[in-house]
Design a protein around this ligand. Structure first.
Ligand SMILES: NC(=O)C1=CN([C@@H]2O[C@H](COP(=O)(O)OP(=O)(O)OC[C@H]3O[C@@H](n4cnc5c(N)ncnc54)[C@H](OP(=O)(O)O)[C@@H]3O)[C@@H](O)[C@H]2O)C=CC1
Ligand SMILES: O=C(O)C1=N[C@H](C(=O)O)C[C@H](O)C1
Length: 267
């Protein structure tokens, strides 16, 4: 029999948080011990819309939550600011963070990695939990050894706060790890409308589309001599992320360092 893992979820009313609460509730060896929200302090989750059948205390003070409910794992699905704060507090309290929240900078990742190392505690920061997205990133890294010219187009719902997406940044990081740094396009190209060529990460253009009706999608387009290769992934609903969340909660219990990206876990 698997040992029970006590889980707290931050951001339970959000699009992802709702799915994560349901996942924890329905997983036999997970126990939802608390949720961390901006509102409803002291209430039971069952009193909040969408959750009439799931009981857990709601806390707005994360430190009080950790002291009183002692979770093994924190799943964070909030905002970049709240996510960074929650991750740091979790590490300080010996609670293993599983962070889906995006918008962390390389400096944030470095600082949190050091803190996890100092505390000898596992942590996972995963810009994308969908197995198909992890494969897309791995395939893109493979392709970058043969095609040095690449652009990334990420497409998301129009309520997304951060741009570019965490997945697009991670994809660019994986590509830039295997190809020489390069400025793409014509050396004299000029934007006649600012932003026309997108943002760039180590010379890789990233274009962010935000439209109602979309969930989470990305194309990595490589161009070569007389050919193109397009690698595309689509998340049509947020259930696509949940097997990665479950795997992360199980895996983080065995780690003693911070892992940034599920490509290190789904090998
Ligand atoms: N890694 C992955 O696979 C995925 C990652 N994401 C990322 O997850 C994050 C959440 O996305 P999504 O669910 O769509 O966003 P939502 O805006 O739907 O949800 C965010 C929730 O966090 C709450 N919140 C804000 N601040 C705090 C705080 N200090 N304490 C507790 N809760 C807080 C918000 O409450 P309120 O509305 O009242 O402000 C809201 O309910 C984003 O960073 C997104 O990029 C999304 C999908 C997949
Ligand atoms: O905000 C979202 O929705 C998503 N955010 C993550 C990101 O920024 O990459 C993961 C996924 O793309 C959905």
């Amino acid at each position: 029999m698997m040992e029970t893992i006590k889980v707290a979820v931050a951001g339970p009313r959000g699009r992802m948080g709702r799915e994560a609460v349901s996942l924890v509730h329905h997983t036999e060896h997970f126990q939802l011990v608390a949720v961390i929200d901006r509102i409803n302090d002291g209430k039971d989750l069952a009193d909040v819309d969408h959750f009439s059948w799931i009981h857990a205390p709601i806390y707005t003070d994360i430190e009080r939550c950790f002291r009183e409910t002692k979770p093994d794992v924190l799943i964070d699905l909030t905002t970049p600011e709240a996510g960074k704060h929650h991750t740091e507090i979790a590490l300080r309290y010996g609670v293993r963070p599983v962070v889906g929240t995006t918008g962390f900078t390389p400096d944030d990742i470095e600082r949190l990695t050091k803190l996890a190392e100092e505390k000898e505690i596992g942590a996972i920061i995963a810009p994308n939990f969908a197995v198909g997205a992890i494969l897309m990133m791995k395939f893109a890294q493979m392709a970058a050894k043969y095609f040095t010219d690449v652009e990334i187009i990420e497409l998301h719902h129009d309520q997304k706060l951060d741009a570019p997406s965490g997945t697009a940044v991670k994809t660019a990081q994986l590509i830039s790890a295997v190809r020489p740094s390069k400025k793409q396009g014509h050396p004299d190209e000029k934007e006649t409308l600012e932003g026309a060529r997108g943002a760039t990460y180590d010379g890789i253009p990233i274009h962010s589309v935000r439209l109602p009706g979309f969930v989470a999608h990305q194309e990595v387009i490589f161009g070569g001599n007389g050919q193109a290769l397009t690698i595309r992934h689509d998340s049509f609903h947020r259930g696509s992320f949940m097997s990665g969340v479950k795997l992360s909660v199980e895996t983080v219990m065995k780690l003693r360092t911070l892992v940034y990206g599920l490509e290190h876990i789904i090998e």
